[in-house]
Ligand binder design. Sequence first.
Ligand SMILES: CC(C)(COP(=O)(O)OP(=O)(O)OC[C@H]1O[C@@H](n2cnc3c(N)ncnc32)[C@H](O)[C@@H]1OP(=O)(O)O)[C@@H](O)C(=O)NCCC(=O)NCCS
Length: 129
Amino acid sequence: MERGLDVNLTLGVFDDAKRLVGFVSARRGGPKRMQHMADIGPLYVRADAQRQGFGRALMEAVLQHSADAGVRQAELCVDVENTGAQALYLALGFHIFGRRPRSVLINGIGRDDYLMIKALDGADLTRGA
Ligand SMILES: CC(C)(COP(=O)(O)OP(=O)(O)OC[C@H]1O[C@@H](n2cnc3c(N)ncnc32)[C@H](O)[C@@H]1OP(=O)(O)O)[C@@H](O)C(=O)NCCC(=O)NCCS
């Protein structure tokens, strides 16, 4: 586990057999004018370990690392039909600020994403939402 968030950070949870239970990554903006933000994701928890709090714990840890490193806002995207992940992000204080059409192509079929954001410095970023 890295301590800071110079550019990229990945945090993992492992079971007693040292098998990966879940992970989350974050990428901080590169240019100086974008270093106040970080893109969070992917976030993944093994199917047999879901709904036990690992996803929330990973998100809280990566958001804390980001805030400690001076990141002022966290952003992510989530499939519009992924209501489970959306519930987690909403519970953590993210809100939807946009919808990206045809964000990914799965077997040639376009799927939309919601774009979500959370201020880490207490700012009100809900304008325009
Ligand atoms: C989304 C994901 C990371 C959540 O991880 P998790 O460890 O199961 O989540 P947690 O146990 O910490 O859940 C925290 C809260 O999020 C919400 N939540 C999580 N999964 C949910 C689901 N399937 N349906 C409804 N709410 C859900 C609930 O409010 C939950 O609290 P509760 O269990 O007390 O009701 C996990 O389901 C996953 O890896 N899914 C496949 C990959 C994926 O979709 N990643 C996100 C892409 S943006």
